[in-house]
Design a protein around this ligand. Structure first.
Ligand code: HEC
Length: 188
């Protein structure tokens, strides 16, 4: 290529030529490669992008996963099944992060709500404490930290103007096929 000899004013033309070349060389490109084709390609990309956008799960769907994992976490802790508790804690945390990636900024009547900032405060305090109780296998500490963490869930829901999404300690697990009883690892 001739990149060395290029000077700044040439760039837009060269960039366009490179783009046209790339598109016409792409397997999906039609033969011509003229401006009409380019417009067509862009329209096709836009429509494919739009289609993909509709396939992405909603933020509330991701939050349903969080609710699932966080519910099971309570019962893992009650059964003193600490490896399972650690698993559900990690899953819940990762799915909150996924929910945030899906819609990072929510519009509220008070302005924009940046969910990552809300999460960071939650993560460094209430979630960090819950994680510590799991690591220390402390059932009483776990129950207290779990209840406290629910305030963090609810604080974000209230900030997002959804105070009616009020999270409480669950009365039954979300899963029936997983045995919450700790396994004696020496036996198997
Ligand atoms: C950083 C902010 C934030 C945190 C932290 C958060 N949530 Fe949410 N949650 C939301 C938002 C925003 C919605 C509404 C999503 C929507 O309307 O699409 C939501 C919705 C929900 C829903 C309703 C889902 C449905 O459609 O039925 C549940 C259940 C839920 N969250 C559980 C939790 C639990 C449990 C926690 C704590 C472990 C938690 N959330 C922590 C922001 C948060």
């Amino acid at each position: 290529m001739v990149i060395k000899s290029l000077t700044a004013p040439h760039w837009p033309r060269v960039a366009l030529a490179a783009l046209l070349l790339a598109i016409s060389a792409a397997p999906s490109a039609s033969e011509g490669g003229d401006a009409g084709d380019l417009a067509q390609q862009i329209a096709a990309l836009k429509s494919a992008n739009e289609q993909l956008r509709h396939l992405i799960p909603s933020q509330s769907h991701a939050m349903m996963d969080v609710a699932y994992h966080f519910t099971n976490l309570w019962f893992a802790g009650q059964h003193r099944n600490w490896p399972l508790a650690q698993f559900y804690f990690n899953e819940a945390r990762n799915h909150i992060l996924w929910a945030i990636r899906l819609v990072p900024v929510r519009k509220t009547s008070g302005g924009e709500l940046h969910l990552q900032e809300m999460f960071d405060a939650f993560d460094k305090t209430l979630l960090a404490d819950l994680k510590k109780q799991i690591a220390e296998k402390n059932r009483a500490g776990f129950a207290a930290s779990y209840r406290a963490a629910l305030d963090g869930c609810n604080a974000c829901h209230t900030a997002a103007e959804k105070p009616y999404l009020h999270i409480v300690v669950p009365d039954k697990p979300e899963v029936h096929i997983v045995d919450f009883t700790p396994r004696d690892e020496g036996k198997r």
